[in-house]
Design a binder for this molecule. Structure first.
Ligand code: ADP
Ligand code: MG
Length: 403
C-alpha cells in the first residue's frame, strides 16, 4: 500500500434544506469537532439547490478527494451516485469511497450502516454521532448499485430502494411534514392507512439463486468479497492514504465481465452494462418469474437493511450481497394488519408475523408494469417517471465507508 504526500481530504456535502433544515447546525455541533480530532481534513460544500451536488461531482477533479461524504438525507447521495455514474470515467469515479451522515428526514442508509456495525438501534442525534465515529474509523466496504430503467428517462442508479404503492405514496405525501423530521413517515403512514388503496400492475422478477450468487462472486472475484479484500482504513487509523490505497490497490480493481448474450439497450451510455435486462418493451426471458397477483398494496425492492431510521425492512441485507430484497403486499390486507406489519418492521420482525399477504423473495432483477396511468414510483425516496420500470443489481459496484 503506497503513501500519498498529503493527508486525507474529504469533500463534505451538506444540504442545508434537508430534514428540519438543521444539517448545518448538526455539523457545527457534532461533526466538525469529531473530524478535526480524528485528523481528517475536509472541505465543506453547502448545496444551493437540487442537482447542485450531482453537477458538481460530475465535473469534479476526483483525484483531489479521498472520499465524498454526504450530510443530508438519502436524496443527496442519490444525486452524487448518479453524478458519478454519468461521468465518462464512471468506472474509476464510482470507486471513490462514499460516506453518509444523517442530516435529513429520510436517513435510511445511515441507519443501515449503524445496523451493519452491530450496534443496537438508535435514532436522531445518537445516530449522527454513531455514523460520525464510523466515518472516522474509515473502513470501506463494497456497496451494490441497482440500475433502473424507465420508459423515456435516462437510466438511473439507486443504492437503497425502489418503491411503488403504499410506501412510495407515504414517502412523497409526507414531504409536507418534513419539518417534523423522521416522524414524517409515521404521520404519513397513518394518513394513508385511513384511505388504503389497491395498485394494479404486473410484477416479474429474476430469482437470485445460490448458483447465481456464487457465479457472480467468481466472475467478479476481486471486487466483492470483504473477507478476501482487507478493508481499507482512513489515515487517522492506519497511517496510509485512503484514496491512494483504494485506487492503487490492484486487488480492488473492478473487473468488468460481459455475460452473454448481450441484451442491453444502454451500451453507448456511461455506466455498467446491463446484461440481465432486455429492453423495457420486449418480453422477459423464460427464467423470470411472473407474479400471479395483479392487485397490490405495495411493492418494495430494498438493497440496504433500513427503509427509514426506525424501519428495518430487509433484516438480512448487507451492503454487497448482490441481492435485491423484494417485498410485495397483496391486496386484501386490512389497514390494521398493514399497520401491524409496519410496527413489526421497527424491529425487523415483519417477516415472522405470518402475514398471508406479505411476500418476500430475493431477486437479481425485476420489472413492474403498473396498469394505472398515474401514480408514484420512488427510487431512493425520490420521485421518478411513472410507468413501466425495470431494475437489475450490480454487485459491489461502489464503495461505502461503513466503519
Ligand atoms: P430529506 O431526507 O430531508 O428528504 P434529502 O437529502 O433527501 O433530505 O434531500 C431532499 C431533496 O433536496 C433532494 O431531492 C435533494 O436533491 C434536494 N436538495 C439538495 N440540496 C438542496 C438545496 N440546497 N436546496 C433545496 N433542495 C436541495
Ligand atoms: Mg429524501
Amino acid at each position: 500500500m503506497s503513501q500519498m504526500s498529503r493527508p486525507c481530504q474529504m469533500m463534505l456535502l451538506v444540504n442545508p434544506q434537508s430534514g428540519k433544515g438543521q444539517a448545518l447546525t448538526l455539523y457545527n455541533n457534532h461533526i466538525q469537532r469529531m473530524l478535526n480530532e480524528a485528523g481528517i481534513k475536509h472541505t465543506l460544500v453547502i448545496t444551493e439547490r437540487q442537482n447542485h451536488a450531482r453537477e458538481m461531482v460530475k465535473e469534479a477533479d476526483l483525484s483531489q478527494w479521498d472520499a465524498l461524504v454526504i450530510m443530508s438525507g438519502d436524496g443527496l447521495l442519490y444525486e452524487v451516485i448518479n453524478g458519478l455514474l454519468e461521468r465518462p470515467d464512471w468506472e474509476e469515479a464510482i470507486r471513490t469511497p462514499l460516506g453518509i451522515l444523517p442530516g435529513g428526514s429520510g436517513n435510511a442508509l445511515a441507519a443501515s450502516i449503524h445496523h451493519y456495525s452491530g450496534a443496537s438501534p438508535v435514532t436522531s442525534e445518537e445516530l449522527l454521532v454513531s455514523c460520525g465515529f464510523l466515518l472516522c474509523k474509515g473502513l470501506v466496504s463494497h456497496m451494490d448499485m441497482v440500475s433502473v430503467h424507465l420508459c423515456s428517462s435516462p437510466r438511473l442508479f439507486s443504492f437503497l430502494s425502489l418503491a411503488w404503492g403504499f410506501v412510495a405514496d407515504v414517502d412523497i405525501e409526507s414531504e409536507k411534514y418534513r419539518h417534523f423530521g423522521a416522524v414524517r413517515f409515521t404521520i404519513g403512514t397513518l394518513v394513508r392507512l385511513a384511505s388504503l388503496r389497491v395498485y394494479k400492475g404486473r410484477l416479474a422478477y429474476l430469482p437470485a439463486t445460490r448458483d447465481h450468487n456464487s457465479e457472480e462472486a467468481l466472475r467478479s472475484n476481486t471486487m466483492l468479497c470483504k473477507d478476501r479484500v482487507p478493508p481499507v482504513t482512513l489515515p487517522a487509523v492506519r497511517d496510509s492514504s485512503f484514496h491512494n490505497s483504494c485506487h492503487s490497490n490492484n486487488s480492488l480493481k473492478v473487473r468488468r465481465v460481459e455475460s452473454t448474450p448481450s441484451r442491453s439497450v444502454t451500451k453507448a451510455l456511461p455506466g455498467p452494462h446491463d446484461s440481465l435486462l432486455p429492453p423495457l418493451d420486449q418480453p422477459l426471458p423464460d427464467d423470470w418469474v411472473v407474479v400471479p397477483e395483479e392487485d397490490f398494496v405495495l411493492m418494495l425492492a430494498m438493497y440496504q437493511s433500513h427503509l427509514a431510521e426506525d424501519l428495518l425492512a430487509a433484516p438480512e441485507a448487507t451492503p454487497d450481497d448482490g441481492v435485491i430484497h423484494l417485498f410485495y403486499v397483496r391486496a386484501g390486507i386490512s389497514p390494521t394488519a398493514l399497520l401491524r406489519l409496519f410496527l413489526a418492521m421497527e424491529k425487523g420482525a415483519h417477516l415472522t408475523t405470518n402475514c398471508q399477504h406479505l411476500v418476500y423473495t430475493k431477486v437479481r432483477a425485476l420489472r413492474l408494469e403498473p396498469y394505472s396511468p398515474k401514480g408514484i414510483i420512488t427510487v431512493d425516496g425520490e420521485v421518478v417517471e411513472y410507468g413501466p420500470v425495470q431494475a437489475a443489481v450490480h454487485r459491489g459496484l461502489s464503495r461505502l465507508i461503513t466503519g
